[in-house]
Design a protein around this ligand. Structure first.
Ligand code: PLP
Length: 396
């Protein structure tokens, strides 16, 4: 029998094991033994996509013209709907012909945007803790080097720009920022965006504002976009969280036309776009926006997460944790109880898997996440309460 000897590439070898895969393996072993799990790990909404969007999709998928290859940069009407959304939501003008590209979910945008601009050995500034794709899919897969910017509690989980070595800033080509932030739930003001934009101009790097939680905000806070401050930069957003559409895979990149041009060229050699009928369904959702205020289909979801957030915080603080309410996202980021400070957050999470509670260890988002865990508010209130009761039994 002929067998080939395969060697993984050096690039491949730099990728870490995706933390959720490791946790999934542990869970599947327990599941076989009959453990009833309460999954508060991965940020995948348990809520359904609004009927309005699903019904549109059903109509659109029946049309033969929507069953063909899409354009990888997005259909014209999709890009126009995204431009209209930026106008009503952020009061900014974008040209759908040159300043917007569709992506197959924000993740694809995060990973592919670097391919047009990054050379081996270049530096990409990545928040840590942060969405792992910045350091891996976007940076290491381009043979470039991530530079971790710590997001620390004492800085309200904002990057301390003054603390970054100026030699690093001079060499940096791209900086990812993500506010409302995963995993910390932190938010920003226009003032912060202005400061980052000034740094980007002084040191000549591109800011990629990854903004998939822009609509998941509580109270009076309205999340800004970097494009309101500086249209030399780009923003990534998607329908995944906004409309509970993680499985549909539809997003967009908007802003600097040279960046959009580069991304489109890269994409034209890699993918054939998000299905047309899905783009049409997302247009239906985007058109619900009449102002910066969330439309009912989004507000209904946000209210549910707000209630779950309050229940989780109240119950977890009652059993001795010290957790602050986030003003955005559907995550709660908190330090593990003091008496567990001698073990890693991964070990702590493994203890919770034993009792059927799944949360994510802070180090899943980078080394500066040590000591923290992230709860995703993706289960009904009763299950969140039950999870805290189970945690109480082992920690107290
Ligand atoms: N960026 C951040 C910070 C995320 O948390 C996620 C998903 O969890 C994404 C990007 C990707 O979202 P999607 O590809 O579903 O649009």
């Amino acid at each position: 029998m002929f067998s080939i000897k395969l060697e993984y590439s050096e690039r491949y070898k730099r990728l870490p094991t995706y933390i959720f895969v490791e946790i999934e393996q542990l869970i599947s072993e327990k599941r076989k033994k009959g453990v009833d799990f309460i999954p508060l790990g991965i940020g995948d909404p348990d809520l359904a996509t609004p009927d309005l969007i699903v019904n549109e999709l059903i109509q659109q998928v029946k049309k033969p013209e929507n069953q063909k290859y899409p354009s990888s940069m997005g259909e014209e009407d999709f890009r126009e709907a995204v431009a209209r959304w930026y106008k009503v939501r952020f009061k900014i003008d974008l040209d759908p012909k040159e300043e917007i590209s569709n992506v197959i979910g924000g993740k694809e945008g995060v990973a592919n945007i670097t391919r047009a601009f990054i050379n081996p050995g270049d530096i990409v500034l990545c928040p840590n803790p942060g969405y792992p794709v910045y350091e891996n899919g976007a940076t290491k897969l381009c043979d470039a080097d991530p530079y971790s910017i710590p997001l620390l509690a004492e800085n309200n989980f904002l990057p301390d720009l003054e603390a970054i070595d100026t030699e690093i800033l001079k060499k940096a080509k791209i900086m990812y920022i993500n506010y409302p932030n995963n995993p910390t739930g932190a938010i920003i003001t226009d003032k912060f965006l202005k400061k980052v934009s000034d740094y980007a101009q002084d040191y000549n790097f591109l800011i990629v504002h990854d903004n998939p939680y822009s609509e998941f905000t509580f109270g009076d806070y309205i999340a800004p976009s970097i494009l309101q401050i500086d249209q030399n930069q780009v923003e990534i957003n998607s329908s995944s969280k906004m409309f509970n559409m993680t499985g549909f895979r539809c997003g967009w990149v908007a802003g600097n036309k040279d960046v959009i041009k580069g991304l489109r060229k890269v994409k034209s050699q890699i993918d054939s776009g998000c299905p047309i009928f899905i783009q049409k369904a997302v247009i239906k959702g985007l058109n619900e926006y009449k102002s910066e205020k969330k439309p009912k289909i989004v507000e209904d979801t946000v209210k549910i997460y707000e209630k779950r957030r309050d229940i989780l915080i109240e119950n977890i603080n009652d059993i001795g944790w010290n957790t602050v309410k986030p003003q955005a996202t559907f995550y709660v980021w908190t330090q593990i109880p003091k008496k567990y400070s001698n073990i890693s957050c991964m070990e702590f999470v493994k203890n919770l898997i034993e009792i059927g509670v799944i949360i994510t260890p802070g180090t899943g988002f980078g080394k500066f996440g040590e000591g923290f865990v992230r709860f995703a508010l993706t289960q009904p209130e009763s299950r969140i309460k039950e999870a805290i009761e189970r945690i109480n039994m082992i920690i107290n």
